[in-house]
Ligand binder design. Structure first.
Ligand code: 2IT
Length: 445
């Protein structure tokens, strides 16, 4: 590493002690944009990177709520408003016991670059709570969402900050959050995305992250003159992202053989198709956070306590959570002939795994691969502003076009002299330029 880059990273480390995930995300971006940053001294003079690595505002709040037995609980709520240079803060809310400030800072930082890549006018933000939805009743979920919004409402708005779902926050939660916002503000506006169809939601938003990921994988394969037909695919997770990716991968003629949860993974040699894909929604809605019931129901193999990366596949698509695929996993995949790892989860691979995969096979980072989710959120905002709803085809065509363009941006900025595409570099520089130029134009604010 360049000495000056080291000094820069030392500064970030001193300001954010112990925030490992945030530092991992910053390091990856800084390493890949550093040369470009040096070649453009006007950015450096304006301390663009120093400003980009500091959230504009971080809100932390108390969420007291009462469970079904009358016991009082106190959770912590967050909203990290990272960067508003190119549009209102935009990014999901995560409800998961692992949620920390560091995790949400990493996600908000990544979101800034991702949202820029979509070409839509959205800044970067992220929020959530350490609340664990596992085993909670529907009424408890509603009460918690209301308690969360009772504080968040004063910080957000359709032109200020537009949250959406993420892990633990799906259509049901967005509905409850929206209801509480509307009650408190007495305003019907597009303040959240991922809403129900009846109150301003967009068609294809539930499928968008998974569909977008597969459109991106299709473009990656096309650079080698290949298609998804006949390819074997492993996905992790069993939520919204895994579901959408499985639907589109199967439509393209691929065979999806795994899903996973905190309890282990399922290997379905016949492929996860048709009603088996629909069943993932049921499994998720049960709030139990396990995948073993799939294996029982469909006579597939269940491997307790393991991750799916030990299986031989052509393409691996992590769809669960950050750092779910490490260097050992990447080595195993590569040794078994895997030709591509495409992150559909945010920072799904550890830094070591991502670099190894970039070097040996094809690798693309989450901020490019999973941008379809927030892209359709952006299209939901457009529809809300117009007070119109687009057809499924209109939204899906736009999503496909956006993903194809993100891939082209990765090629533009990430193609190495030897012809290989470094998607990490391509996505980071591609995302950086628009935000940096907007910040330059707006002065030191
Ligand atoms: O990580 C992500 O891009 C999301 N959770 C979606 C964010 C959004 O605003 O739709």
């Amino acid at each position: 590493m360049d000495v000056k880059m080291n000094e820069f990273m030392d500064g970030v480390r001193m300001k954010n002690p112990g925030e490992d995930e945030f530092l991992q995300a910053v390091q990856e971006v800084v390493e890949t944009v550093w040369d470009f940053y040096q070649e453009n001294p006007h950015y450096k003079k304006a301390k663009i990177l120093e400003r980009m690595t500091e959230p504009e505002r971080t809100i932390i709040f108390r969420i007291p709520w009462i469970d079904d037995s009358g016991e009082v609980h106190v959770n912590r709520g967050f909203r990290v408003e990272f960067n508003s240079a190119i549009g209102p803060y935009k990014g999901g809310l995560r409800f998961h016991p692992s949620v920390t400030l560091s995790g949400l800072k990493f996600l908000g930082f990544e979101q800034t670059f991702k949202n820029s890549l979509t070409t839509l006018p959205m800044g970067g933000g992220k929020g959530g709570s350490d609340f664990n939805p596992k085993g909670k009743s529907d009424i408890e979920i509603m009460r918690f969402c209301q308690a969360f919004m009772s504080e968040l409402f004063r910080h957000i708005g359709p032109n200020t900050d537009v949250p959406a779902g993420d892990i633990g926050v799906g259509g049901r939660e967005i509905g409850y959050l929206y209801g509480q916002y509307k009650k408190l503000r007495n305003e019907f506006t597009g303040v959240l995305t991922g809403k129900g169809r009846e109150f301003g939601g967009s068609l294809i938003r539930p499928e968008a992250t998974g569909f977008g990921a597969i459109y991106f994988v299709r473009e990656m394969l096309a650079t080698k003159g290949e298609t998804m037909k006949g390819k074997t695919v492993s996905v992790s997770g069993f939520g919204n992202v895994a579901w959408g990716a499985a639907l589109k991968a199967v439509e393209y003629g691929a065979k999806v053989v795994t899903i996973s949860g905190p309890d282990g993974y399922v290997y379905d040699a016949d492929g996860i198709t048709g009603e088996k894909i629909d069943y993932l929604l049921e499994l998720r809605a049960s709030n139990q956070d396990i995948v073993a019931p799939y294996a029982e129901k469909y006579g597939a193999q269940f491997i307790a306590g393991k991750k799916p990366w030990e299986q031989k596949v052509d393409i691996a698509i992590p769809c669960a959570i950050q750092n779910e695929l490490n260097e050992e996993d990447a080595k195993m995949l590569i040794a078994n002939g895997c030709q591509m790892i495409a992150e559909a989860s945010n920072m799904g691979c550890t830094a070591e795994a991502a670099y190894l995969a970039t070097d040996k096979i094809m690798f693309a980072p989450g901020k490019a691969v999973n941008a379809g989710g927030v892209a359709v959120s952006g299209l939901e905002m457009t529809q809300n502003s117009m007070r119109l709803n687009w057809s499924e085809k209109e939204v899906d065509d736009r999503l496909d076009q956006i993903m194809t363009e993100i891939h082209a941006a990765c090629v533009k900025y990430g193609k190495e002299p030897n012809g290989k595409i470094n998607y990490i570099k391509g996505a980071n520089i591609g995302g950086f330029v628009k935000v940096a130029d907007a910040m330059m134009a707006q002065g030191v604010v």
